[in-house]
Every structure is written in structure tokens, then in C-alpha cells.
Design a protein around this ligand. Structure first.
Ligand SMILES: O=C(COP(=O)(O)O)NO
Ligand SMILES: [Ca+2]
Ligand code: NA
Ligand SMILES: [Zn+2]
Length: 307
């Protein structure tokens, strides 16, 4: 069935696993992710950005997720990722999403609270849960370049006040991650002291880690070996993600690792089979690559198998 994150986060908060939240925008990506979660018997969040919603069109996305549930019997949360304003959150609640993120992190504290409360009120009235964000990720954040210095990590005291005043169901925090394939210029590091303090301040609030892709070197190399050019791409080491799940992180957002796995596969197939032109020949292996990546994340990083 379509479910909210309530139950899966309650479990994740009490234990050392985290739920994977994987970004989707087409059929093969959804199929690969869902098959992996079904095989691992793991809780699953499929998340759609506003851009993905435009790309695939809402009606198609809803039906694809319904089909996934029909096909596997899985409980799936359908979540809006990085909702920018009340309107897009309302649209998704009305479409049947079971969770929405209102990303007010670029606004001043009081505006973030106002906006988040507005979404919480509407979403809760319709049985939908809400994720908000406090603190700015480094790198490209909300289309504004946030350079490392200006990147303000999440303040534990502010987080406590924010959750108290908004009634939000989960909180995305900034502790050193950023979106995309170029997360660190130097050695990767997360502010675990800050994470522990935040978790201590709001122990009953499920925390969300954005920008959690590892950007596995194997897939960077594979992309580069078959015509790609993404030198220097670097992400969060997988053991740091596993560690973060022990300190309140209940939802881990993964998009870039799926994109790399899929793209590497397509590049390889097209280069090795110049005379083929049946899309299934490369979208099929791409789907398998997505499935393998998601199974790896669920099993070895998130420790969410059978949860
Ligand atoms: O936070 C993410 C994805 O992050 P990555 O780019 O690290 O996959 N989506 O909201
Ligand atoms: Ca943000
Ligand atoms: Na956890
Ligand atoms: Zn994100």
C-alpha cells in the first residue's frame, strides 16, 4: 500500500538502520528500485523532485507507483523531494503523495517556520507527513551557490525550537553533505559531533540526510571509461552513512549513485554495441544496474533488509 513514513521512521529511530529515499523520474528507475526493496524486504521511500514531476508528468508517476505496489505488494512511501513552496506541496498532497518536503532552508529562520507550519497544517489535515530543512547544504543549494564558508550547518538549539514550533514530522539537517557528484574538494568528512548534539536535542524527531550518495569510484571510472568525463567526482564514504544512521538519521537521500550506475551501464552498452538501436537493449541493463545499486545500499549501507 501507499504509506506515510510514520511507522518506518519509528522503527528506524529506535534502531541502527535508515530508510533509503531514492529519487525517481521514469519507469526503469522505479522498477529497479522497487524490485531491490522487494527482494530485501525493506521499507522504501520513492521520492520525486519538482523537476522529475514535470519531466514524467504527475499522472504517469502516480500510476507507475500504484503499479509497483500492485506488482510487489510492498508498502511504499511516495515523497515530494525539495518542495519549494506551499503550492507544490499542496498539489502533491492532493495528488495522493503520502509525504512532502517543504525546503525552506534558504529563507531566514522565521520565514522557514512560517512556511513549514503552513504546509504541516495542510498536509496533516490530509494524513500526509512533512519533512522540513534547517541549515544550508554546501555546494549548489536551491539554485543559489552556497560556498563552504557561507554554508551554515544546522544549529542544534535552533533545531529544537524549529521542531517545537512547526510540528514537522522529520527534519533534514546540514552536517557537511551536498547534492551531486562533487561533494568534497578535500577529504570527505561529516560533522558527527553536531549530529549527536542535534539528536540529543530532538531525540524523537527522525533526521534526514540529503546529499548522501557515495559517488562510488567504480562507477565514476566506468562512466569515464566509456566516453564520460566526470574527473574528481567524490561523495560520502559508505561507512559514514552507516554510522550516521546510529545517531538519529532515519532517511538517507540517494540520487547521484543511481544516476552514475545507470549512466555507466548505458554508456558501456552503446559503445560496445554500435549497431544496436533497440532502447530495451540498454534500458534493460540500466534497470538491472539500478536494482543492484539499491540492493547494495539497502543491505550493506542502510542495514534496512528485513526491517
Ligand atoms: O539529497 C538528495 C540526493 O543527494 P545525492 O546527490 O548525494 O544523491 N536528494 O534530495
Ligand atoms: Ca535546502
Ligand atoms: Na536509525
Ligand atoms: Zn536533497
Amino acid at each position: 500500500a501507499l504509506v506515510t513514513t510514520k511507522e518506518m521512521f519509528e522503527k528506524a529511530l529506535k534502531s541502527d538502520f535508515a530508510v533509503g529515499a531514492f529519487n525517481v523520474n521514469n519507469m526503469e528507475i522505479i522498477q529497479g528500485i522497487v524490485e531491490a526493496a522487494a527482494e530485501e524486504k525493506a521499507p522504501l521511500i520513492l521520492q520525486v523532485s519538482a523537476g522529475a514531476r514535470k519531466y514524467a508528468k504527475p499522472a504517469y508517476l502516480m500510476k507507475l507507483v500504484e503499479a509497483a505496489i500492485l506488482d510487489t505488494g510492498l508498502d511504499i512511501c511516495l515523497h515530494l523531494d525539495h518542495g519549494e513552496d506551499f503550492e507544490i506541496c499542496k498539489k502533491c498532497v492532493d495528488d495522493g503523495f503520502t509525504s512532502v518536503m517543504i525546503d525552506g532552508s534558504k529563507h531566514p529562520f522565521e520565514e522557514n517556520i512560517r512556511l513549514t507550519k503552513e504546509v504541516v497544517e495542510y498536509a496533516h489535515a490530509h494524513g500526509v507527513v512533512v519533512e522540513a530543512e534547517l541549515g544550508k547544504l554546501a555546494g549548489v543549494e536551491d539554485n543559489i551557490k552556497v560556498d563552504q564558508k557561507a554554508a551554515t550547518y544546522t544549529d542544534p538549539e535552533e533545531a529544537a525550537e524549529f521542531v517545537e514550533r512547526t510540528g514537522v514530522d522529520s527534519l533534514a539537517i546540514a552536517i557537511g553533505t551536498s547534492h551531486g557528484a562533487y561533494k568534497f574538494s578535500g577529504d570527505p568528512s561529516l560533522d558527527f559531533e553536531r549530529l549527536k548534539k542535534i539528536h540529543e536535542m530532538i531525540p524523537n524527531t527522525p533526521l534526514v540526510l540529503h546529499g548522501a550518495s557515495t559517488v562510488l569510484p567504480e562507477f565514476v571510472d566506468k562512466c569515464n571509461a566509456y566516453g564520460g568525463s566526470i574527473p574528481g567526482a567524490k561523495g560520502v564514504p559508505e561507512d559514514m552513512i552507516t554510522e550516521a544512521a546510529k545517531h538519529g538519521i532515519c532517511k538517507v537521500n540517494i540520487d547521484t549513485d543511481l544516476r552514475l550506475a545507470m549512466t555507466a551501464e548505458v554508456r558501456k552498452y552503446l559503445q560496445e554495441n554500435p549497431s544496436d538501436f533497440d532502447p530495451r537493449k540498454y534500458l534493460g541493463p540500466a534497470r538491472d544496474a539500478i536494482k543492484a545499486m539499491v540492493q547494495h545500499k539497502i543491505k550493506n549501507v542502510l542495514k534496512a533488509s528485513g526491517q
